[in-house]
Design a binder for this molecule. Sequence first.
Ligand code: NAD
Ligand code: UGA
Length: 464
Amino acid sequence: MRIKNICCIGAGYVGGPTMAVIAQKCPKVKVTVVDINEKRIKQWNNPDVEKIPIYEPGLSEIVKEARGRNLFFSTDVDKAIDEADMIFISVNTPTKTYGIGKGMAADLRYIELCARQIAAVAKTDKIVIEKSTLPVRTAAALRDILDSTGNGVKYQILSNPEFLAEGTAVEDLKNPDRVLIGGEIETEEGREAVDALVNIYASWVPREKILTTNVWSSELSKLTANAFLAQRVSSINAMSELCEKTGADINEVSKAIGMDSRIGSKFLKASVGFGGSCFQKDILNLVYIARTFNLKEVADYWEQVILMNDHQKRRFAANMVQTMYNTVAGKKIAILGWAFKKDTNDTRESAAIYVADYLLNEQAEIVVYDPKVTEEQIYSDLDYLGSRSGDANRQAVTVVDSPYEACEGAHAIAVLTEWDEFKELDWQKLYDQMLKPAFLFDGRRLLESKSKKEIGFEFYAIGN
Ligand code: NAD
Ligand code: UGA
């Protein structure tokens, strides 16, 4: 089966970069990324590629190369579905905010809408691919919806979860550890569909890294991978608190355990808490699934990863207040970094939002600097929490374009994203501008401590 036309529904953090790389690597395949969000599509089509809606190192160059050649962004969802042989569903699957499973289960309404739209529009056979992260057995629901139109169109449903991490999306897509494809490998049609997708990836990924499984294993592997990764962060963060009480240093502990090849050195960096759109939502979803099968111990076990993460964010903020003589009311606190990690403009579930909210509840004045996050986004993140009115957020929080401006006259600095540029700041200059004693809280273990203490900072770093 030769694929000539690909459609991807959802032009977000996954759909955009993934399709850009497919288009770059398969120049003979036409790739159309569609979205109902007109503003987002307009941004993807911005003649100035530096203004595309997602910041990822290397992405704008790829968009520049492929856009208009075989990569297109459009709001005409029906047309793209109609023309495609292969349709990726890459829409958001947030945590439900209403009804059964509120606060836990994945909200599948956008997925279902896509399936219904495909069923309504398709006139020729299609391979439909779950790119979004979904609860195990979602493919069965998709099949029900797609098969119920009775118009004779045949569908193959594949699961092809995405493992890219933001900030390194392009590199992860170009050189993935593995590509996972789940399909009905026991039937001939199912195998053909799997092969068609394998062939797309094989344009640049070595065959031995392309793993094929049954659909359910593929769906569950994605949730499992995120749960394991998040668990490592919560595990090291749990140890960071113990380090602070005992004189051990979390970086030394990480190094010591990471050299054990069975443990491995990656994902052992203590932090103010993991953020991002997926770890929390996917674990909550996993917990919910376990609960629906009455697997109480399994559910409780994984839920602890989230509880530990919430504790870490709260504990960091509480420690700031305690260190600053138990009050931050009326004090100016500079937050350096708002994104949930470096090299992305994504702020979803960023620890910075929760630390700022905690400090605002203590009546601090906050000034934020982040090299990639807009003022509009920062206010929208705080407003979304609903802790106070939009006006109150705008009164208590200022967003500035320079770290030096942020720190002028501040009582304290909190480093909450590990942007490389923060290491290179003129820390003496920052210190000179601040009120004394000048507190510096490093939530990322980014800064070298000795030189900061020599300058005169009251320096606190997580896990030290
Ligand atoms: P996103 O919110 O950035 O993008 C989703 C897009 O889908 C939005 O632009 C939205 O307008 C669009 N959309 C929703 N319903 C639509 C419809 N019916 N028709 C057309 N467009 C529609 O989300 P994301 O971060 O790209 O995540 C997408 C999925 O991928 C999620 O399931 C997520 O768990 C998973 N995932 C995300 C990442 C990541 O790094 N962000 C990594 C791996 C997997
Ligand atoms: C994560 C996974 O790494 C991807 O494989 C997955 O595809 C993606 O979720 C998803 O499903 O959305 P992402 O959230 O983009 O990717 O970024 P990570 O690098 O995993 O970082 C997540 C959070 O954990 C960040 O806040 C980061 O600062 C934090 N983290 C990570 C630590 O605190 N310590 C670490 O050692 C590693």
